[in-house]
Design a protein around this ligand. Structure first.
Ligand code: ADQ
Length: 472
């Protein structure tokens, strides 16, 4: 079997905090041999051109350092102030500073140069996420003809949002240098196909650009998931049970509504608090009967828009408290720190409602983890945004438009009042969906498309592969 090289901005660290993706890819790397490659987390004046390799809990990891300026332009700049907001259709929050593109390209070229000496002829290279779109172009430029795949963890934008991104045509050309592009959901494949089918000139220079040729690139949806068995086990582990007991003592008879997110404007947190406020305003009988716990550790907090979201949320939670709290009752607890998976699993299991309402999300693994952690005899209800990739998998959730806070408030009311039979019935189907889309299956299905192996572990000829029509 050919070796696998996984490339992503960050590499997995030591310790139990590793997420599902790291665990699944670790497993795949252990089976296939190969290594993980990414940024070391270090900023230096003059990075070494050679990557440093080390063994991290049984897998080989290669890392490079970056300069402070390049990292700023590549990470906080082009990746997270232009691509992230645009791909999430938040052009109002994008900071269009075209010069960041040079740093973004430089870092991708640096990755390619450092990776080059470690690539064997039949290695399969799997590149992850929007930070690394140009990597295949850079590798091809250096003469690499290996199979290279790309997986986009975030949604693919609509055509107009794409056109608002500086250098979008180069980025699309970069994508055409991959053999396989994996997306989270069918809606993303449709958005991509729409661009590929209806490309138009993108500059004011007067000379129409040549269309990008996607005829050698396969594009398909490979929805990511969690490890549902592991979460189901974790949810009854001693550490989770300790968290459940602690919370039960604090909650008494109140039903727990739980939100777990990174503090990011794509997660719809202000809208969620507003919906909860409406629930309490419209249903006086629920006061003292329900409690919202929102766990949201800050992320990317050097970026202005993230600080503003944090400030907005602080103000909204304060307003909610001022409006409804009593000396002996608080409607909400807002915790700005991350919890380990066992504690999260305990919280998921205890929560009567899992409130997952991003304005737009590639998948949303919290929805998968919530489902997997439920007690089969007394499961909670998932209230889920229809704009999360997870909505294509979890049709038995209560699907809401997160911008419509009346609708979300009503879904919360229904969830809190849902009879046990309906809760069980819905949960069984949700759990079947979580199993069908486990992270292990995701990695297997992606890699069997990127690098099909025949009998005896030999690479099989690629066949039955659907390519987009050539548009060149
Ligand atoms: P994220 O936007 O980071 O990831 P998400 O899928 O919701 O989002 O969560 C990823 C992981 O972070 C989950 O395993 C979750 O348990 C953990 N996590 C989230 N909030 C936490 C908290 N408060 N404390 C501790 N852990 C927390 C991107 C895309 C998503 C896509 C994933 C994977 O934006 O759409 O699902 O990649 O492809």
């Amino acid at each position: 079997m050919s070796r696998l090289i996984v490339v992503s901005n960050r590499t997995p660290g030591k310790g139990p905090a590793a997420g599902g993706l790291a665990v699944a890819l670790r497993k795949t790397l252990a089976e296939r041999d190969g290594f993980w490659f990414g940024w070391s987390g270090r900023l230096v004046d003059r990075p070494d051109s050679e990557a440093v390799f080390e063994d991290i809990e049984g897998i080989k990891v290669g890392k490079i350092d970056l300069t402070r300026d390049d990292h700023h332009a590549y990470y906080a700049g082009f990746s997270n102030s232009i691509l992230w907001p645009s791909f999430h259709l938040r052009l109002d929050l994008a900071t269009i500073e075209g010069h960041w593109y040079e740093g973004y390209r430089r870092v991708n070229a640096q990755f390619a140069q450092a990776l080059l000496p470690h690539i064997a002829p039949d290695d399969v290279i799997w590149v992850h996420d929007y930070h690394m779109i140009p990597l295949a172009s850079e590798l091809r430029h250096l003469g690499i003809n290996n199979r290279i795949g790309f997986y986009l963890h975030i949604p693919f934008p609509t055509v107009d949002a794409l056109y608002a991104i500086p250098h979008h045509n180069e980025l699309m050309r970069d994508l055409s240098r991959y053999d396989l592009i994996g997306m989270q959901a069918n809606r993303d494949v449709s958005a991509f196909t729409e661009f590929a089918d209806h490309q138009s000139p993108s500059t004011l220079s007067g000379s129409p650009l040549k269309s990008v040729d996607f005829s050698r690139t396969e594009v398909a949806a490979f929805p990511i998931g969690s490890d549902p068995e592991a979460f189901a086990r974790l949810a009854v582990s001693p550490a989770a049970t300790k968290m459940v007991r602690r919370m039960e003592r604090a909650l008494g008879d109140q039903a727990l509504v739980l939100g777990v997110d990174r503090l990011d404007y794509s997660k719809g947190l202000p809208q969620r608090v507003e919906a909860y406020e409406k629930l309490l305003a419209n249903n006086a009988s629920l006061r003292r009967q329900v409690h919202l716990l929102q766990v949201a550790p800050p992320s990317r907090d050097t970026i202005k828009e993230y600080q503003e979201t944090s400030d907005t949320l602080d103000a909204m939670v304060g307003r909610l408290m001022g409006r409804f709290a009593e000396p002996d009752w608080q409607p909400v607890t807002y915790v700005k720190r991350a919890y380990g998976q066992p504690s999260l699993a305990g919280l998921y299991r205890l929560a009567r409602v899992g409130l997952v309402t991003p304005l737009r999300d590639g998948m949303n693994l919290v929805a998968h983890e919530y489902v997997a952690s439920q007690d089969p005899h007394d499961p909670g209800v998932l209230v889920l945004s229809r704009f999360a990739g997870a909505a294509e998998i979890f049709e038995d959730a209560l699907l809401v438009n997160p911008f419509d806070t009346d609708e979300t408030a009503e879904a919360l009311r229904l969830a809190l009042n849902m009879p046990i039979e309906e809760r069980r019935h819905r949960w069984e189907r949700l759990m079947a969906g979580a199993h069908d889309h486990s992270v292990d299956r995701w990695a297997e299905s992606y890699l069997s498309r990127l690098a099909p192996t025949g009998q005896n572990g030999q690479p099989a000829p690629v066949r039955d592969v659907l390519y987009l029509d050539s548009v060149a």
